[in-house]
Structures are given as structure tokens and as C-alpha cells.
Design a protein around this ligand. Structure first.
Ligand code: NCD
Length: 373
């Protein structure tokens, strides 16, 4: 099978490739008509096993604006999933019909598993509470356009850091740039998962601090990235009720922030940003959502350009400290796709310090015996 590039984790692209992608998005915004036939004759398939507005529509709009076509489903019950088909068979089939696939799945590692069985590029549009790399492209593009850089920034991330996949991808992506630091703001119950903090610790240095309130952190950040409490991922709804109003951004709290700070949010919001904040010039979340379409146009063009440098049948760039992929042991994260698809081979990445991480869901082998990530 020929080599195909996928986007499963934000780190699947090098920093240079990300910059190429953002520069192309700049050009598309400057002159969209020039790109209106770039994907002529190409077909995008959208496989959405979970609800979506922005991600699916912006991908579909992106393909249409490039002159391509779309097919897919937004409700798995209208597909053969309802008859019991697994995602591995589904991707095998649709990769014979379409040129590129976008998949959102409730199980961690679902799109990664699909990519191993696919003849066409697979883009992860969100896998459970794990990763959401194309939201991160949108976030990085917005930060880059506001600050003119992606390094030397103080990034506050607030809300549901435990289940919020956008926050995990944002940390992975921004920690690759020099001198970025993070302020994690959340109730104790919704702290950033250990596997993300471990990764930051592996980079060395004091890259993050934890806070319980917005007031304690907002005065010392360049970016405040707000997130929704992910009700659908709580097994204990009483806990959800307890924490759901713990971090709400109001105009009063905005008074404590610097004048050049920006507020981002992947959206949808529930009540975590008061609507009065929308009028503040520092509120950039609607602009961020619009950027998402242009960034996805750029992504589709690059992944479909089999002749360009970007594609070129290259193997995925791997993290420097990553030494090998081994197929032994068993992932113990109960939310990992390996628990749902018995035919999938287990895959672990071993890092230089000996840590072994599941290649599908990111769980560190030794740590997740309790089943808690
Ligand atoms: C996010 C997601 O699906 O993770 N939404 C999005 O894609 N913009 C955030 C969320 O649902 O809270």
C-alpha cells in the first residue's frame, strides 16, 4: 500500500510543516478565488460518530470552497454502524470511494485505529477526551495572527482540562515552541491529565503551574483559553453538577487582564463566558471559529497534494525522544479503542526514559492500572 499521511495528533506535523500550512492559509484568505478549483474532482468523506457544528461544517465548507465534493454522515445511526459494522471496516470501504476522510469518534484512538486500515489520509476531528488536532491548528493560527509568533507566550487554559481534548492538543502543540509556559486553571476534579503533565515534565523546566480560580491567573497570561465542562464525558453526573459553574469569565474578571491579552474558546460555550465579554476587543473566539475554515482548506490542499514536498510519501515525523513502536502488553485505559476493537494490535511507543505509551490513546502503560487516566 502506498504511504499516506494522516493528522491524528498535533505533533504529526513538524513545526516547519505547520508554518507552511499557516502561510498557505494566509494566502487563501488574501485571495480565496485563486484556490476555488484546487480540489476539483476530489471527495471528502466526513464520518462523525459524535455531534459537531463547527468542525464538520468548516471541513465541508472548506472542501466546497476548494471546488471538491463531500459525502458522509453526522449521525452514525444512519450508517451501517447501526447494523454493527466497526470503524475498521467502515474506513476500508470509504477509502475506496473518497480521497480524504475526517473522523470524529467518542472512543480514544478511534481515528488512529482507522488510519492503520485506510488507503486515504485520515484526519482526527476529535477522539473522545483525547485529542483534537484540527482545532489546535485553528488555535495556533489565531494566536499567530494576533501575536505574530507562537513562542514566548504565557497560555492560561481554563475549565475542563481533564476531558477537554482541545486543551490536550493545545498543550502538546504549544509546548514545542520555545519559552511557552502554561497556567492550568480548573477545579481539582478536572485537572490536566497526568499523561500530559508527564510530557511537559519530560521536556524539563517549570513549564506549567496550576490554579483554582481565573482571578489568580488572568493577570499574568497572554492568552486565556476557555473551555466548556464536557458534561457528556462524566460518568458521575453529581460531580458535573458540583463543578459545572466553577470557572466563569465575566467582564469584572476581564478588568484584571492585560490590555493585549486575548480570550479564545473552541466553542460551543455553555455559560463559561458571560455574553457581555463578547463586546470586549480581546474576545477573539468568533474570529477563531472563522479561521478554522481557512486552516482546514489549507490542510485539505496539503494532504491531497501528492506531488508536493509536504506529502511526498514521507513517513510521519517522530518525536526525537521516541525510540520504537512495540506491539506487546495491553493498554489498560478503559476508554481506549483497543478495548472496543478486539482485532486491533496493541501498539506502544517507548520513549528514551523508558516510558511506554499507548500509540492509540496516549495512556502511559504502568500508570493506568487503575483505569484512570
Ligand atoms: C470542541 C470539541 O468538540 O472538542 N468543539 C469543537 O470542535 N470546536 C469543544 C467542545 O465540544 O467543548
Amino acid at each position: 500500500m502506498r504511504k499516506v499521511r494522516h493528522l491524528i495528533e498535533p505533533t504529526d506535523f513538524t513545526i516547519k510543516e505547520l508554518e507552511d500550512l499557516f502561510e498557505l492559509a494566509d494566502l487563501i484568505i488574501e485571495n480565496p478565488r485563486k484556490y476555488s478549483r484546487q480540489c476539483d474532482g476530489k471527495i471528502l468523506v466526513t464520518l462523525f460518530y459524535e455531534p459537531s457544528t463547527r468542525t464538520r461544517f468548516s471541513f465541508e465548507a472548506a472542501m466546497m470552497r476548494l471546488g471538491g465534493n463531500i459525502l458522509g454522515f453526522s449521525d452514525p445511526n444512519s450508517s451501517s454502524t447501526a447494523k454493527g459494522e466497526n470503524i475498521l471496516d467502515t474506513i476500508r470501504i470509504v477509502s475506496g470511494y473518497a480521497d480524504i476522510a475526517v473522523m470524529r469518534h467518542p472512543v480514544e484512538g478511534g481515528p488512529k485505529a482507522a488510519s492503520l486500515y485506510s488507503k486515504i489520509p485520515v484526519i482526527n476531528a476529535g477522539d473522545g477526551g483525547h485529542q483534537h488536532p484540527t482545532q489546535t491548528l485553528t488555535d495556533l493560527y489565531t494566536i499567530r495572527s494576533k501575536f505574530g509568533r507562537l513562542d514566548n507566550l504565557k497560555i492560561g487554559i481554563c475549565g475542563d482540562l481533564k476531558y477537554g481534548r482541545t486543551t490536550h492538543s493545545l498543550v502538546k502543540a504549544m509546548s514545542r515552541y520555545e519559552n511557552n509556559t502554561f497556567s492550568f486553571i480548573s477545579p481539582e476534579e478536572l485537572k490536566m491529565p497526568a499523561y500530559i503533565c508527564d510530557e511537559l515534565n519530560r521536556n524539563g523546566g517549570d513549564q506549567y503551574k496550576e490554579f483554582r480560580t481565573i482571578e489568580d491567573a488572568i493577570g499574568d497570561v497572554d492568552i486565556l483559553y476557555m473551555t466548556r465542562i464536557q458534561r457528556e464525558r462524566f460518568s458521575d453526573l453529581e460531580m458535573y453538577e458540583r463543578v459545572k459553574d466553577s470557572c466563569i469569565l465575566t467582564t469584572d474578571k476581564m478588568k484584571l487582564a492585560g490590555e493585549n491579552m486575548i480570550v479564545l474558546h473552541p466553542l460551543p460555550r455553555v455559560n463559561e463566558i458571560h455574553p457581555d465579554v463578547d463586546a470586549d476587543e480581546r474576545a477573539c473566539y468568533f474570529q477563531q471559529a472563522e479561521n478554522g475554515m481557512y486552516v482546514r482548506m489549507s490542510l485539505l490542499m496539503l494532504l491531497l497534494d501528492e506531488t508536493g514536498d509536504f506529502y511526498n510519501g514521507k513517513v510521519l515525523p517522530v518525536n526525537d525522544s521516541m525510540t520504537s513502536v512495540v506491539e506487546m502488553d495491553e493498554c489498560r485505559n478503559p476508554k481506549c479503542i483497543t478495548g472496543y476493537e478486539p482485532s486491533l494490535k496493541q501498539r506502544f511507543i517507548t520513549y528514551g526514559d523508558g516510558t511506554k505509551v499507548c500509540d492509540y490513546c496516549g495512556a502511559v502503560l504502568e500508570k493506568y492500572c487503575t483505569g484512570d487516566k
